[in-house]
Design a protein around this ligand. Structure first.
Ligand code: NAD
Length: 417
């Protein structure tokens, strides 16, 4: 067993193996792609508000950089560990390659409870973590972005810490920053926008009318709430949503603007007036047309997959469906839009942000949205047509496309030994 092995990293490797079976990959390349190129574990000591010092574990894993510098978010969550970060880094490699971006995959994170920490503590932790991974990241090597538990402010602190160490302003070291310091218009909305574009394309393919269709959102954070907003603009009724504290339903459909405003004001959906409480498990099993998991990994698994009653799952989260559940959903005829395709809007606009920072030339939101749609629709249709041609699920087709591009790049670059 390797240091990287956990249930989620095994799940990522198994997915790769399932796709690799259809690809006739060079066995040496295959062996290499099952593990990351580099992994860094750091200790992050910070002074808490009560004067005590606490030490947190931080990680940055770079999976593959055959196509270009690495790209991937930073997660603050109490379950972060080396295996999870490694799986997420691997998925980033396939995701960037599938979208045709000249980038490899990475991920980072700190095991902590961000919801219990003050702004000051979060800033101290972020700056010390940035200092510890300083030699690992940079605009030419590895460019972090937000993920669960982190946001624009976190990226601003990393950008500032990195720039202080370099001695000059280096906006291209992170994406997902505020626009005032070199962030891109449309980055906050990008992942949710992409999730909904893939739902729109699937609905056309399945002949499903989105006007009046019902949707359930698991995880009402950045990805979940933006997906809800655009689904609702496409005519869908959002009939249930949850966050880490509560799950709620309204069979007539929520007023999404009010729900988003409530979440911003109260930092939770708990207590939203026009709703009935339900359990987190029940939420995933509600009969609906579209289910968007937009929180943690492995939430759709062998225990609940047979009880899921939707037509489309668009994976806003990374790794929300286990491999066992995938087979059950496939047999039930549920159309799963896999994470590396469904949530790729985030990294696509992050790539645009990086390009804009390097050129010091910024695009309009219209241009960003148009280019995002172009790339994600192309990826969707390439994946759909391969899945039909090879008679494989969308996940396997998407992985095949991503893995093939990386393997081709590695073969032509050759082995430096
Ligand atoms: P976020 O921190 O903004 O939101 C996460 C939400 O999930 C929060 O509302 C939190 O309360 C909720 N949550 C946490 N645990 C939960 C649980 N057990 N049940 C229900 N809800 C729970 O994070 P985000 O940026 O929206 O990321 C969500 C997912 O999307 C992650 O899997 C992330 O890797 C993935 N993702 C994010 C981006 C991006 O651009 N932010 C891009 C691609 C993929």
């Amino acid at each position: 067993m390797s240091e990287y092995e956990t249930p989620i990293s095994r799940m990522a490797v198994e997915q790769f193996e399932r796709a690799a079976k259809h690809l006739d990959l060079d066995p040496n390349i295959s062996e290499r792609l099952k593990r990351p190129q580099r992994a860094l574990i750091v200790s992050v000591p910070i002074r808490m508000d009560d004067g005590s010092v606490e030490v947190f574990d931080g990680y940055r894993v770079q999976h593959n950089m055959a196509l270009g510098p690495c790209k991937g978010g930073i997660r603050y969550h109490h379950e972060v560990n080396l295996g999870e970060v490694t799986a997420l880094a691997m998925w980033m490699s396939w995701k960037c390659a599938l979208a045709g971006l000249p980038m490899g995959g990475a991920k980072g994170g700190i095991r902590c409870h961000p919801e219990t920490m003050s702004r000051n503590e979060l800033q101290n932790m972020t700056r010390r973590y940035a200092a510890e991974i300083f030699l690992f990241i940079g605009p030419d090597t590895d460019i972090p972005a937000p993920d669960m538990g982190t946001n624009q402010q976190t990226m601003a602190w990393i950008m500032d810490t990195y720039s202080q160490h370099r001695g000059f302003s280096t906006p291209g070291v992170v994406t997902g920053k505020p626009v005032s310091i070199g962030g891109s218009l449309g980055r906050i909305e990008a992942t949710g926008r992409g999730v909904v574009s893939t739902v729109v394309e699937t609905a056309k393919y399945l002949n499903l009318n989105l006007n009046g269709a019902t949707a359930v959102i698991q995880g009402f954070g950045n990805v979940g709430s933006v997906s809800a907003k655009y689904l609702s603009q496409s005519g869908c009724k959002i009939i249930a949503a949850n966050d880490s504290k509560t799950a709620i339903t309204n069979s007539k459909g929520f007023n999404i603007e009010k729900l988003i405003e409530y979440k911003i004001q109260n930092k939770t959906l708990k207590g939203f007036p026009e709703a009935e409480p339900i359990s987190h498990d029940e939420l995933l099993e509600i009969k609906c047309d579209i289910l968007i998991p937009a929180a943690l990994g492995r939430v759709i698994n062998e225990k609940n997959a047979s009880k899921i009653k939707c037509k489309i799952i668009s994976e806003g989260a990374n790794g929300p469906t286990t491999n066992e559940a995938d087979e059950i959903l496939f047999d039930k005829g549920i159309f799963v839009i896999p994470d590396i395709l469904a949530n790729s809007g985030g990294v696509i606009v992050s790539y645009f942000e990086w390009v804009q920072d390097l050129q010091n030339f910024f695009w309009s939101e219209e241009e960003i949205s148009k280019n995002l749609q172009k790339i994600i629709k192309k990826s969707f249709h390439e994946t759909l047509s391969l899945s039909q041609k090879k008679k494989v699920p969308m996940r396997i087709a998407a992985l095949m496309l991503g893995v093939r591009k990386i393997s081709d790049a590695m073969l032509v670059r050759g082995l430096y030994a």
